[in-house]
Design a protein around this ligand. Structure first.
Ligand code: PBG
Length: 327
């Protein structure tokens, strides 16, 4: 029998050889940790569907962020839940509101040593749970919503956000926010656009965490149909044209093809959001002993990087960075 000429196994023989030919890196600096802060609670509250994640107070969010920072992660995405919700979500742009106070706490903790990002949306702030204000027919009114997003962006910049992350999927949101920030003299604040955000079942646990589930209907009128890849690319190109500094694809693992296409486009740094349901699936399987938690988490995050994501928003940031630090 002839020996096979091609023997890839030669380069898999030892850990050192495997490290030498490894194509994809995963490092703590690639990770962005999402954090939830809630107004008027005395202590942090565990999120049942996201084991290990909490709704934080202003004190505990600062402590948690500092601990995560000590693992090497240096970026955070902040979500806030106000005590008072109304039809237009006005707490979202209150300079003294919970979101702005939490941004201030992190800005105070880190200065420029970490990147502080603010989710920019209305679903946590509206009493109906939609990502925008409603018209007379109960539909989300795109352009009236943009006016609110502009106010939120300026408030978040004022509170210390380095980056704002519009996640509501309104048409023209990046241009509107860029214009408002520039007009306020904040040309220095960057925009991470949730550019290709699909109407996904995997946001379920997040809606418990952020208390922003729609009271009626769903988000299919503004988030994208998971069947549409070309449309995702049009969304990404439009956001770049409007001034997005980063483009984000969400959710991550069901959309690795879109992550790859966005990376190949080369128009802006690409982020992928490994969302709450993706976290919950891994945690549930691991808790049952069905998968090895550490290996599965690192495999998934590495695969998202391999698909082309420069950075990953993930609730596993803290643990993953800890494991990576041990290597
Ligand atoms: C909306 C928003 C959502 C997520 C991030 N921003 C929820 C939604 O669109 O319903 C989901 C994130 C996750 O599931 O981890 N402000």
């Amino acid at each position: 029998m002839a020996f096979p000429a091609h023997r890839p196994r030669r380069l898999r023989r030892t850990a050192a050889l495997r490290a030498l030919v490894r194509e994809t890196t995963l490092d703590a600096t690639h990770l962005i940790a999402p954090l939830f802060v809630k107004e008027s609670i005395d202590d942090r509250v565990a999120i049942a569907s996201m084991p290990g994640q909490y709704q934080h107070t202003l004190d505990t969010v600062r402590k948690e962020a500092a601990e995560i920072r000590s693992t090497g992660v240096r970026a955070f995405m902040l979500f806030a839940i106000p005590a008072r919700k109304d039809a237009e979500g006005s707490e979202a742009w209150n300079p003294e509101g919970i979101g702005q106070r939490a941004l201030g706490a992190l800005a105070d903790e880190f200065g420029d040593d970490a990147v502080v990002m603010a989710d920019l949306c209305l679903d946590e702030y509206t009493d109906h749970g939609h990502c925008g204000v409603l018209d007379d027919h109960g539909e989300v009114d795109n352009d009236a919503t943009l006016e609110r997003y502009e106010r939120i962006a300026v408030a978040q910049a004022g509170a210390g956000a380095h980056v704002v992350g519009p996640s509501g999927m309104m048409d023209g949101q990046v241009a509107a926010i860029r214009g408002a920030l520039d007009a306020a003299g904040r040309t220095d604040v960057a925009i991470m656009a949730y550019a290709a955000k699909f109407a996904s079942a995997f946001y379920g646990p997040f809606r418990d965490a952020a208390e922003g589930a729609p009271r009626f209907g769903d988000r299919t009128g503004y988030q994208q149909d998971p069947a549409n890849g070309d449309e995702a690319m049009r969304e990404i190109r439009a956001d770049v044209d409007e001034g997005a500094d980063f483009v984000m694809v969400k959710p991550a693992t069901p959309c690795l093809d879109i992550v790859r296409r966005a990376a190949d486009l080369g128009a802006a740094p690409v982020a992928a959001y490994h969302v709450s349901g993706e976290y919950a699936m891994l945690e549930a399987a691991a808790a049952n002993g069905w998968i090895d938690r550490r290996r599965a988490v690192l495999e998934v995050l590495t695969s998202i990087r391999r698909a082309g994501a420069g950075m990953i928003l993930t609730y596993h940031a803290r643990d993953a960075a800890g494991w990576l630090g041990e290597r």
